[in-house]
Design a protein around this ligand. Structure first.
Ligand code: F0G
Length: 456
């Protein structure tokens, strides 16, 4: 088979600012070893997130010029609404400025004390919005999904028997809705099978609970289904997407991922009464229902992006380029969460740096080293992000110590990825020289964004 190439040519470029190791060491000291505090100009390859970091196409930029900026009833809104309806089959489409704004509106209305929302794995903002409403967020991934070394096709799946147990124990009346996140970001960007979505829907229906998709990476999930699930190789991604959404009563979406734009999102609902309440809240917090926190031009770019993301040449390249990174690292013995996800590779820092105990934050040490050695910005998903303290102020570590290399859409070429591979392998060869970190300052919530560190 020939190389799967980038299915685009480059028309407009943005220069990368080259820096030396010595300069980066100074930048790190200035940023208290927290890469969130680095100005982006000091970063060579930015793999902090795949969210809002995509490159738009010429057609999307053309759409930006076509944007209708009328306050009410803009043409761009109707184009956006039509596209989202066509894609999802859902009835009422509410634009929001990003995914978490859709979550905030939804859980303000259906959450609250005593309520519980299950999911295969909640993303942090989803969990935060649920908990902020006074409700509880519960993750029910399968046992396969909890094993970082196991290679399996659909490690993002919901544990359906556990969900039934959970519904019986909690009482369906306390569960306003059930969610499935596709792909499962917190679980390593792993896909959810169609069978699993169908079975979850059947179970929810039995208990009268609506099923919602957290649809940020719906197209990547659909392409995994096409490649891996029996009976789907002959179906188009568009058909697969339609079937996925046919099981949903609603969806939240961050357009910053699979709509390939820099800002935007939506809430889609079949329930008319809930929609009326959501639109009323939208007017208070986001804007009038035909723009909801976005400009007309943003809605145009989203509508166009939702077409482009279904291009199977694009999806084949997208998943292959992430897999390529995972494959090369695995071949060099670098421990990663297996198999490669749709939007990111997660390095297993606990295995990468077995000599650094979890309370000295091996993930943080690896994040710092990738930046110091190669100017690569990644993100720790481990005990810095999810660690808590017990009553004796001792760290209760996260379940895994991961470092995510998230790949922005259509931004980096294969040689950029080859460079990343070289830097990670070099860091792996020198892993015994790395030491742990201690936190010198931290916020009471979401500490990873602003914490200050020093070398131990
Ligand atoms: N749901 C999932 C699964 C996500 O990955 C994100 C964002 C959101 C919801 C929230 O969307 O950022 O538009 O408000 N994930 C980004 C990330 C931030 O880096 O994984 P948002």
């Amino acid at each position: 088979m020939k190389t799967i190439i980038e299915p685009f040519k480059i028309k407009s470029i943005e220069p990368i600012n080259f820096t030396t190791e010595r300069e980066r060491e100074a930048y790190l000291r200035k940023a208290y070893y927290n890469v969130f505090m680095l100005p982006a100009e000091e970063v060579l390859i930015d793999l902090l997130t795949d969210s809002g970091t995509s490159a738009m196409s010429a057609r999307q930029w053309a759409g930006i010029m076509e944007g209708d900026e009328a306050y009410a009833g803009a043409k761009s809104f109707y184009r956006f609404e039509h596209k989202v309806r066509q894609l999802t089959g859902l009835k009422n489409i509410i634009p929001t400025h990003q995914g978490r704004a859709a979550e905030k509106i939804l859980f303000t209305l259906v959450g609250g004390p005593g309520k519980v929302i299950p999911n295969n794995s909640h993303f942090d903002t989803t969990r935060a919005n649920i908990e902020f409403s006074g409700a509880r967020a519960v993750d029910l991934p399968t046992s396969e999904g909890r094993d970082p070394d196991l290679i399996a096709d659909f490690k993002g799946n919901m544990d359906v028997p556990a969900l039934e147990e959970f519904i019986k124990k909690t009482g369906a009346s306390n569960i306003p809705l059930c969610m499935i996140t596709v792909t499962n970001n917190s679980g390593g960007g792993q896909p959810v099978s169609m069978q699993n979505i169908r079975e979850t829907k059947e179970l929810c229906k039995k208990y009268g609970i609506p099923l919602f998709l957290d649809a940020c990476r719906f197209a990547e999930n659909a392409y995994f289904i096409k490649m891996r699930e029996n009976g789907y190789s002959v179906r188009s991604v568009k058909e697969i997407v339609s079937e996925m959404f046919s099981y949903a009563d609603g969806a939240t979406m961050s357009a910053k991922k699979d709509a390939i734009v820099n800002m935007g999102g939506f809430l889609a609902l079949n329930d008319d009464a809930l929609t009326t309440k959501a639109r009323n809240l939208l007017i208070v917090t986001e804007g009038f229902p035909t723009y909801g926190g976005l400009a007309g031009r943003d809605l145009e770019a989203i509508a166009q992006g939702l077409d482009e993301v279904l291009d199977e040449n694009y999806l084949r390249y997208r998943l292959r380029s992430v897999e390529y990174l995972g494959e090369r690292l695995t071949r060099a013995g670098v421990p990663i969460l297996q198999p490669p996800g749709g939007h990111a590779i997660y390095l297993n820092a606990k295995k990468f740096l077995p000599h650094i105990p979890v309370h000295d934050y091996p993930g943080e040490s690896l994040v710092v080293e990738l930046y110091r050695r190669g100017g690569i910005r990644s993100v720790e998903i481990g005990s810095v992000m999810f660690g808590t303290y017990d009553e004796n102020k001792q760290l209760v570590p996260a379940r895994m110590e991961l470092v995510r290399l998230a790949i922005p859409r259509r931004v980096y070429t294969q040689s950029h990825i080859d460079y990343v591979i070289e830097v990670v392998i070099e860091a792996f060869e020198h892993r015994n020289e790395l030491t742990g970190y201690r936190i010198t300052e931290e916020a009471p919530m979401l500490r990873h964004f602003t914490a200050k560190f020093e070398k131990k």
